[in-house]
Write a protein that binds this ligand. Structure first.
Ligand code: NAD
Length: 495
């Protein structure tokens, strides 16, 4: 078991040096080592499901249903995809070459980057910690994981079990907060994969810049939901609820942050949301065991501040109850809060859902574009034109039509943000790619050495090479005829 405390810059440097030694030895590159470590993660999840569920309950009061499905099962599925696909991912990819390099063959070889750092967040502390590690291992890297101190029970469980199930000469956990993370960020890494808020992302990127280290930043933002009137209302309400309150009580990076709908349709949507919320969480949602609590009192106070801002008072149309002693806030709907309110300008990351009305849904596009690009954007409609328009117009990390948050489970799609919601992506093959360098390799032989590329330079040679770069067969033939016709390459007067 490897729990790190009082972790200094020197400790960090020593640990990175040790892991670099392992990486340099070539151990992590072998297919067999990668497979054994991926199986180790799978076994870690299988053997310790109950303990993990308990830790998540202790950190977040996360319902066992959500812990088993959205943390453990999703992680296991990610391991299984990597185990099944790894051979194929590692295989050099043959690619065409160009006539300029004729004769030749070419391939792209994926090579591991080296020693990488994963810094994760508290809201899905198992998945967000180990899913990037799956990618790092699959790609053949050594990795240090720094889980979030905001979910301490899960962090200590990760430290305990990573030490027990995985190869500690190449995979380590460093527990801790700002000082430990700062010590780690002082080191030279081959990639930093950070999940969390945008403020710390600046710190991470500044540290990475010192060593020209590439980064993946998995951040958040205000993910909008546009709801058209041409929908199945009950399913729409249920799927918005599943992506919002059903995902850690709104404390998820891709949870719907606000809804945009037409003025006429809003009352119907609100009624449907209320009806389904009551069905799912009863009339006493603060007592429901199916809702996570707010992670800590800082976040509780932050959410209450959004709810109690003067300009927002009177806008609650459902919920609004809270209990600080239990860190619980009821699912809350607000209608037409002012655009300059805090709740419409900060990422909510909790159980509050403002509904904004517009005369025409087309106004949504400007509203979304006026903010930082979100991590996700959702549209509910049966209208084909609207779907096409939405996909063409809205820029976000990812889009979902007629559901919310579920794209996270589709490993064939890249998961990541754009602009303020992050950079880079992962999941499935994209995780392997995130931790690999794609090395282009061109194979030539000593046959077919073309004299045209060598001095003395002439117009004839230049015309031939220009034609080769241009790729037109006719152009190449013309240039060849020209070249044959001026074997002695006489210089023109003008040259
Ligand atoms: P957090 O408080 O757990 O912080 C994330 C990590 O940053 C932690 O490991 C923490 O120790 C470290 N950290 C904090 N302050 C630091 C500092 N000064 N210097 C160095 N490291 C520091 O999590 P959070 O930031 O509250 O997470 C919530 C945010 O993360 C939201 O914006 C959410 O949308 C986003 N998020 C994104 C994803 C995604 O996959 N894109 C997933 C989850 C959360």
């Amino acid at each position: 078991m490897e729990v790190t405390t009082n972790f200094s810059d020197e400790d960090a440097a020593a640990m990175v040096a040790e892991l670099r030694g392992t990486f340099t030895s070539g151990k992590t590159r072998s297919y067999e080592w990668r497979i054994s470590q991926l199986k180790g993660i799978l076994k870690m999840m299988e053997d310790n499901e109950n303990e993990i569920v308990d830790a998540l309950r202790s950190d977040l009061n996360k319902p066992a249903f959500e812990s088993v499905l959205y943390e453990i099962s999703m992680l296991k599925s990610s391991c299984k995809v990597a185990l099944t696909e790894l051979k194929h991912w590692m295989k050099p990819e043959k690619v065409k070459t160009t006539i300029v390099a004729f004769p030749s063959s070419a391939e792209i070889v994926a090579e591991p980057l080296g020693v990488v750092l994963v810094i994760s967040a508290w809201n899905y502390p198992i998945l967000l910690s180990l899913d990037p590690v799956v990618g790092a291992i699959a790609a053949g890297n050594a990795v240090i994981l720094k889980p979030s101190e905001v979910s301490p029970a899960t962090s200590s469980l990760l430290a305990k079990y990573v030490g027990q199930y995985l190869d500690s000469s190449a995979i380590r956990v460093v527990e801790g907060a700002v000082s430990e993370t700062s010590a780690l960020l002082e080191q030279k890494w081959d990639k930093i994969f950070y999940t969390g808020n945008g403020r710390v992302a600046h710190i991470v990127m500044t540290a990475a810049a010192k060593h020209l280290t590439p980064v993946v930043l998995e951040l958040g933002g205000k993910s909008p939901v546009i709801v058209d009137s041409d929908v199945n209302l009950k399913i729409t309400a249920r799927r918005i609820i599943a992506g919002k309150w059903g995902c850690n009580n709104g404390q998820a990076c891709i949870s719907p942050d606000y809804v945009i709908t037409s003025r006429d349709f809003a009352p119907k949507l609100i009624d449907a949301l209320k009806r389904e919320l009551e069905r799912f969480y009863s009339l006493e949602p603060l007592e429901s065991n199916d809702l996570s609590r707010i992670v800590n009192s800082n976040h509780f106070d932050r959410l209450v501040r959004l709810l109690d801002e003067d300009k927002v008072v009177g806008k609650i149309v459902h919920g609004g109850h809270r209990d600080k002693s239990k860190l619980k806030i009821a699912p809350t709907l607000l209608l037409d809060v002012p655009h300059d309110s805090l709740i419409m300008n900060e990422e909510i990351f909790g159980p509050l859902l403002p509904i904004v009305t517009v005369d025409k849904l087309k106004e949504s596009y400007d509203m979304i574009a006026s903010r930082t690009k979100p991590l996700a954007a959702y549209l509910f409609t049966n209208n084909k034109t609207l779907k096409n328009e939405f996909v063409r117009t809205v820029s976000a990390g990812g889009l979902v039509i007629n559901d919310s948050a579920i794209h996270l489970a589709v490993h064939t799609l890249p998961f990541g943000g754009v602009e303020g919601s992050g950079m880079g992506s992962y999941h499935g093959k994209f995780s392997f790619d995130a931790f690999s360098h794609k090395k282009g390799v061109l194979y030539r032989s000593f046959l077919g050495d073309a004299p045209a590329r060598y001095p003395p330079y002439t117009n004839g040679k230049m015309n031939l090479l220009k034609a080769l770069f241009g790729g037109s067969i006719l152009g190449i033939l013309r240039a060849l005829i020209g070249l044959v016709g001026c074997r002695s390459y006489p210089k023109k007067k003008s040259e």
